[in-house]
Write a protein that binds this ligand. Structure first.
Ligand SMILES: [Zn+2]
Ligand SMILES: [Zn+2]
Length: 187
């Protein structure tokens, strides 16, 4: 096992997995169950996991011949804004992760592209990129507070829920209609 491999990862960082306790023997397993604070910008423009919110990691690390396979689920709260009516959305997201991290200097390391397979840095795995990809993919680019959200009236900005079904701005407002009658009598 290469010792003191150059690494930029901090083993104490919440999204770094340390495999020192995992024997490098195919089939060896370790589970990782922890709650970590969500990193910043975990999401898309209109909806994301609030920074620092509790992310639940429920993962297992399995030694395979060329590296470590990390699989399991990550879940956490999401907060955002409805793309139609701008109301706040509070929901949760759970994503599945399955990612192979090749040992440094393994055949897999030497024969695959950087973006095909993850890489271990010494005994450490940086979970953040895979976690980010999985969460971002799972989030809607146009989130809705509910599937049939009626949105806002484009003319007066009032929420469709608060308007009668026949709400429209085509007719003359009844108050003005009365006034125009008044004008006519004067003529
Ligand atoms: Zn809405
Ligand atoms: Zn309106």
């Amino acid at each position: 096992m290469p010792k003191n491999s150059p690494t930029s990862l901090d083993p104490r960082s919440p999204l770094v997995l340390d495999t020192r306790e995992l024997p490098r023997r195919p089939g060896a397993l370790r589970t990782v169950e922890r709650v970590v604070p969500a990193p910043s910008d975990l999401g898309v423009e209109l909806i994301s996991v609030p920074e620092g919110a509790d992310l639940d990691l429920d993962l297992r690390m399995e030694s395979v011949s060329e590296g470590v396979l990390v699989s399991g689920t990550v879940s956490g709260p999401i907060r955002g804004e409805c793309g139609r009516c701008l109301r706040e959305i509070n929901d949760s997201v759970a994503v599945t992760i399955q990612e192979l991290y090749a040992y440094e200097n393994s055949t897999t390391d030497a024969t695959t592209e950087e973006d095909e397979v993850g890489r271990m840095q010494g005994d450490l795995i940086d979970l953040e990129p895979a976690l980010r990809d999985a969460v971002v993919l799972a989030l809607p680019t146009n989130p809705l507070c509910r599937q049939d959200c009626p949105g806002l009236c484009p003319d007066c900005g009032v929420h469709g829920d608060d308007l009668p079904a026949d709400h429209s701005h085509q007719q003359i407002d009844p108050r003005w209609a009365g006034l125009s009658q008044l004008t006519r009598t004067e003529e």
